[in-house]
Design a protein around this ligand. Structure first.
Ligand code: SF4
Length: 353
């Protein structure tokens, strides 16, 4: 039985409960800074597109597999049971070739990190923390900071507690690349360290755990059989061109290629590095959150949600509300959009508020 659809909320600012303030998450902060109109649609009206991008769907597959693998470690499973739990979590209804890529990435990840010197303390750990003004210590009366930490671990050699953040990327993610340099400014690390401490884990830094996406694609049959052959320059005889194919590649043939690619370059596919924050970094991040929380409040009070056309298209993808802003679709079109039951569906605390 499908759940009853959620109703479109009032356009008025969210009500403040006496018990809990509404949560502001790092994703929400990013959304607000990118475009206030998109933030209003997504987090206040809770309107979400029904169709999600291929990249997002693949990220969801990997995240489900990683969560199951880390939960298995948390619960003391060993050996093949950990990998089996992870592979079982990859959705059966996903595209067959995406499944192959996800399963082989998870297998490679397991082989690379199964002997890591870590004790898992928690998986998918939610937090709620006060937002405070670092200059005065005043607490926000409008929002709390919320989020969900992928994992919390203890490094066995040193006893240090670290938060873990999994990411998948199509960029070069080898240590020292631009990808890693950008993390100096990443607000998520600072916010999640604050969140971990708020729930009693004295985390000192973040173990950033990156999986590079598989860029291989399944081979397609060469339509013209004559083009499958080339003439050898030396013998002048015709031979099969290795780049041409006499049939579409099957998922299992594709699996063999993906597995070989990952085995050849495990370090390129899987990298981990520690991202630290100085006291100054944390203070800068706290000011950022405090100021954005005030700006969100002011935007809601004034009912002002200006568009930012510079953000309509970035990194090769178009904003999910572009057709609404360009007046070729309506927010209340049920074939295009749904209304989420909570602004932060991924957080149980937010769903309960
Ligand atoms: S389409 Fe552009 S202006 Fe409209 S919500 Fe998205 S980013 Fe903002």
């Amino acid at each position: 039985m499908s759940a009853a659809p959620c109703a479109l909320p009032s356009a008025l600012p969210p009500e403040r409960s006496r018990v809990h303030l509404p949560l502001l998450t790092t994703s929400e902060v990013r959304s607000f800074l990118r475009c206030r109109r998109a933030h209003h649609y997504r987090y206040r009206l809770r309107v979400r597109p029904i169709e999600t991008s291929a990249a997002l769907r693949f990220g969801t597959l990997i995240h489900a597999g990683l969560e199951a693998m880390w939960r298995a470690w948390l619960e003391g499973f060993g050996g093949d049971d950990v990998l089996s739990a992870s592979l079982d979590a990859v959705q059966a209804e996903a595209d067959a070739f995406d499944r192959v890529k996800a399963e082989e990435l998870l297998r490679g990840y397991y082989l690379r990190w199964r002997d890591a010197d870590l004790e898992v303390l928690g998986v998918e750990v939610e937090f709620r923390s006060a937002i405070t003004n670092p200059a005065t210590g005043a607490r926000s009366r409008t929002y709390d900071l919320g989020g969900k930490i992928d994992a919390i671990v203890r490094e066995l050699a040193t006893g240090r507690v670290l938060i873990v953040e999994h990411k998948t990327t199509s960029e070069d993610a080898t240590i020292g690349s631009a990808y890693w340099r950008r993390l100096r400014l990443d607000p998520q690390v600072s916010n999640y360290l604050v969140g971990a401490r708020a729930i009693g884990h004295e985390a000192t830094s973040c173990l950033y755990d990156v999986l590079a996406k598989v860029s291989l694609r399944p081979y397609k049959e060469t339509p013209d059989p004559e083009k499958r052959f080339v003439t050898d320059k030396v013998t002048k005889l015709q031979r099969l061109d290795a780049r041409q194919h006499d049939h579409d590649e099957t998922p299992e043939e594709f699996r063999a290629r993906v597995r070989a690619s990952i085995a050849e370059d495990s370090e390129g596919y899987f990298s981990r590095g520690e991202v630290v924050r100085s006291e100054e970094d944390e203070q800068d991040a706290a000011f950022d959150v405090w100021n954005v929380a005030r700006e969100v409040r002011d935007a809601e009070r004034g009912m002002r949600f200006p568009r930012n056309p510079a953000a309509c298209s970035s990194f090769g993808s178009t904003c999910e509300y572009f057709d609404v802003c360009s007046r070729t679709a309506a927010l209340d079109d049920p074939t295009r959009f749904r209304v989420a039951c909570a602004a932060h569906e991924e957080l149980s605390a937010a769903r309960a508020d």
